[in-house]
Ligand binder design. Structure first.
Ligand SMILES: CC(C)(COP(=O)(O)OP(=O)(O)OC[C@H]1O[C@@H](n2cnc3c(N)ncnc32)[C@H](O)[C@@H]1OP(=O)(O)O)[C@@H](O)C(=O)NCCC(=O)NCCS
Length: 165
């Protein structure tokens, strides 16, 4: 069973070990130890360990942007073994909590154009490409992050969320 539990400072070696794995360095953002530790302790940020039967198999970082009317921003998700359903299940657990427990209006993220596997996972869960402009774009940029070159946003509204069975 895939579950999420809050990351603790003692999880840092697992988290940075996975993030800095040679096959991950070019695939996802790289943070310092301090950035991870600060995020684990921030009231407006979430740092989760993804576990399979109680063993860490990945992590997920999200920013709580509800105060800025920009829902939750999933900053990063990374799993050790790909294509076994772990990422889909982990993100769906996060979405259950965001939408059903915390009543968030939306969850969004930024994905790289060539990352077709991640896009497949997000689409399966109901995310759609989201390219706001003007004030809306500024709100999402300020609350979370601005998409860089070769990346785009995807968004899932609460009303479109169908929990996995
Ligand atoms: C993205 C990530 C979290 C997804 O987790 P995962 O456990 O590998 O994904 P799952 O096994 O749940 O699902 C993978 C899906 O992608 C599909 N897929 C795999 N490779 C694909 C490709 N090249 N093109 C299209 N779809 C692809 C699989 O068929 C599967 O879809 P299905 O369930 O409908 O069959 C994981 O691959 C990962 O950590 N990647 C590296 C970091 C990363 O890219 N993070 C996201 C940054 S935005």
């Amino acid at each position: 069973m895939i579950t999420l539990r809050p990351s603790k400072p003692a999880d840092l070696p697992f988290v940075v070990g996975l993030e800095r794995r040679p096959d991950h360095v070019d695939a996802i953002g790289q943070w310092s130890d301090l950035e991870h530790l600060a995020t684990m302790q921030s009231p407006k940020r979430e740092h989760w360990i993804i576990e399979s039967e109680g063993t860490p198999v990945g992590y997920l970082i999200a920013f709580d942007c509800r105060g800025e009317d920009a829902g939750f921003y999933v900053k990063r998700i990374l799993v050790a073994d790909k294509d076994k359903g772990t990422g889909t299940l982990a993100l769906s657990k996060f979405l259950d909590r965001a939408f059903l427990e915390l009543r968030a209006k939306l969850v969004w993220l930024i994905v790289r154009e060539p990352n077709e596997r991640a896009q497949a996972v997000y689409r399966r869960l109901g995310f759609k490409r989201f390219d706001p402009v003007g004030d809306v774009a500024r709100r999402f940029n300020d609350a979370g992050q601005q998409p860089g070159a070769g990346t785009f946003r995807m968004l899932l509204n609460a009303r479109d969320w169908e929990p996995l069975r």
